[in-house]
Design a protein around this ligand. Structure first.
Ligand SMILES: CC(=O)SCCNC(=O)CCNC(=O)[C@H](O)C(C)(C)COP(=O)(O)OP(=O)(O)OC[C@H]1O[C@@H](n2cnc3c(N)ncnc32)[C@H](O)[C@@H]1OP(=O)(O)O
Ligand SMILES: CC(C)C(=O)C(=O)O
Length: 556
């Protein structure tokens, strides 16, 4: 049995707030992004990345456009150390990219970190210690003052070694487990560190307030950020950073609200990889901004390739529902969604609109290298005539009249329902072919037709009925009408030709026509046929004969 009395909120709301962030309705510009895939993401993998894998992943992050990349915890292992040395010694760090390394506030670990980072063109030394009530009491068993001293002593050593090593160093401090810390105390520790590091507007330092474990509703975190942002020393020399995890599943909300509340930088991982439920997902954050018309300054246009590298190297899987990246996130199986998408696409083409407004699709799937045919409208037993007709039209060029689409829709759904399977566009087309196109059986097989123009058009139609050849004659006010009359009389059938449409099928010079015919029968049913030929009249006659062959069969 679950026992909720075991739990109580373990977070500390900000003591004062102005709630300025509440009045903002969107994020105006991209934050500074820092990928922590190679550190927080890597430390959470069952098998951390090898040297070669880290190099390949680093290069992926560079291609995406990250300008700050936490490359590891160099004191953690030989691989971590060697990776950083390889990046530096083989000049693999592009000029506009800054690497970042993480260290605890422990003497030997800070020293090892500086050894590892020696010679880097530019590097952020990120030092941290836990400040939360739980860690103070249970892990460190130290008072608030003693915990602050760990941070201050760490800062002093980092500053001293940065002078000894003479590198181009920048600094970041994190009061780790910030979300379990009283905000006024976290602020006090951060300000003590800032006082040691003495950042300036020209050489600012990063103060990172991590959601180490997500504990509260997102607005509580936003309030904590606003509270600290308003009270940090040397605010114009501090870049306020956020590093949300996702324990409550609201890492994205934490980050977005934190950005409204004053955060300027985000530490994140691709696909939300990272400790436990992961770090906040860089892709969702960036693409959310993109979908509001804000340039995120990260490029996810080759999403399938990014998924491939990520899955291969981390051995993790991109969920089919992963925002913007999953295989199903642009897919619509259900009829009403498909219908709206198909109409939205037509509206877009007809009006040549630049602004993306297609229903059910928050962004244009093409922007992340996804295709409409294969990824968007997918056919199963939940689908409808709108989507099924759209597939046939966009993938194969057949634009059926509306009533025929409805008939075809039910035919296709029935196949999917019966087989209990999705139907791919080529299977949908095969059903169209088998059901309607140029049907020469079960009864009438078309051989040829000849016309003579008199007062009226006269047609001689040669067909085989049950294998035996016949010539039928008819006249009418046009060729189709004359053929129709010839067949009706010759075959002794009672029907009305209700629907007749045709259109060009191909755009090249050997253009074919596609024709569609709907016949209504005395018992109230309708049968449909389609025909194709380079000659529009022949394609129409084939459609008529197909519709006759599809006539309701008398009950046994
Ligand atoms: C929230 C985060 O993701 S923080 C980053 C976490 N990432 C990692 O830990 C991955 C890499 N870590 C490692 O490889 C190892 O932990 C190392 C190499 C850093 C340190 O290894 P070890 O010293 O052998 O072990 P361990 O990490 O258990 O050390 C714990 C000690 O460090 C102290 N400590 C932990 N974090 C800090 C810190 N940030 N600052 C100062 N002391 C710290 C603990 O209180 C404990 O002290 P004790 O020895 O007095 O009991
Ligand atoms: C080191 C810090 C920033 C961290 O990883 C966390 O708090 O999750």
């Amino acid at each position: 049995m679950m026992d909720a009395s075991k739990y109580a909120p373990g977070y500390y709301p900000a003591p004062e707030n102005e709630y300025r962030w509440v009045r903002k309705d969107h994020i105006e510009q991209a934050p500074a992004w820092c990928s922590v895939d190679l550190r927080d993401g890597n430390q959470a993998l069952v098998v951390p990345m090898s040297l070669e894998e880290k190099i390949e992943f680093f290069q992926l992050l560079v291609r995406i456009g990250f300008k700050e990349i936490e490359v590891g915890f160099p004191a953690a292992s030989e691989t971590e150390y060697e990776f950083l040395r390889t990046l530096i010694e083989q000049n693999l760090i592009p000029e506009d990219v800054t690497v970042q390394v993480l260290t605890q506030c422990r003497d030997h670990i800070i020293r090892r970190t500086f050894e590892a980072v020696k010679g880097a063109p530019r590097a952020v030394i990120h030092f941290y210690n836990s400040t939360s009530v739980a860690q103070r009491e249970q892990v460190f068993r130290k008072s608030k003052e003693e915990i602050k001293q760990i941070a201050v002593e760490g800062a002093k050593l980092v500053k001293q070694l940065s002078q000894e090593y003479e590198g181009n160093f920048l600094f970041e401090y994190s009061p780790e487990s910030f979300t379990g810390t009283e905000p006024e105390y976290a602020l006090e520790v951060c300000n003590a560190v800032i006082d040691v590091m003495e950042p300036t507007p020209d050489r600012p330092m990063i103060i990172n307030l991590p959601v180490t474990v997500e504990m509260s509703l997102p607005h509580i975190y936003a309030n904590q950020i606003e509270y600290c942002s308003d009270r940090l020393h040397r605010r114009d020399s501090v870049i306020l950073s956020t590093h949300p995890h996702n324990d409550r599943g609201t890492g994205i909300a934490d980050t977005e609200l934190a950005l409204l509340a004053g955060a300027q930088r985000v530490e994140c991982c691709l696909f939300g990889n990272g400790e436990r439920t992961g770090n906040v997902d860089a892709i969702t954050l960036a693409m959310n901004m993109y979908s509001h018309g804000v340039d995120p300054k990260l490029d996810f246009s080759d999403m399938p390739a990014i998924c491939e590298v990520y899955e291969r190297i981390t051995d993790m899987q991109v969920s089919p529902r992963q925002p913007y990246a999953g295989s199903l996130v642009f897919a619509a199986f259900s009829g009403s969604h498909q219908d709206a998408i198909a109409k939205g696409m037509h509206h877009r083409e007809e009006n040549s609109t630049h602004q993306w407004t297609v229903p059910y699709l928050p962004i244009d799937p093409h922007d992340v290298s996804r295709t409409y045919d294969a990824d968007v409208i997918r056919i199963n037993s939940q689908s409808g005539k709108g989507g099924i007709g759209y597939i046939l039209e966009t993938a194969y060029g057949y634009n059926m009249p509306p009533k025929m689409r409805e008939h075809f829709g039910y035919t296709v759904k029935a196949v999917s329902d019966h087989n209990h399977a999705e139907l791919k566009p080529d299977e949908v087309f095969r059903i169209f072919e088998q059901t309607y196109l140029n049907r020469q059986s079960p009864v009438v097989e078309f051989h040829e037709a000849h016309y003579m123009q008199g007062k009226q058009m006269r047609a001689t139609v040669t067909v085989a009925v049950d294998g035996q050849e016949y010539e039928f004659f008819g006249s009418g006010n046009g060729r189709i009408n004359a053929v129709n009359n010839a067949l009706k009389q010759g075959l002794g059938l009672e029907y009305t030709l209700d629907t007749y449409t045709e259109h060009a099928l191909d755009t090249n010079s050997s253009s074919r026509a596609a024709s569609y015919v709907g016949l209504s029968w005395p018992d109230g049913t309708t049968s449909w046929g389609a025909g194709t030929d380079t000659d529009v009249i022949v394609s129409s006659v084939k459609a008529l004969i197909s519709a006759i062959n599809n006539r309701p069969q008398p009950a046994d």
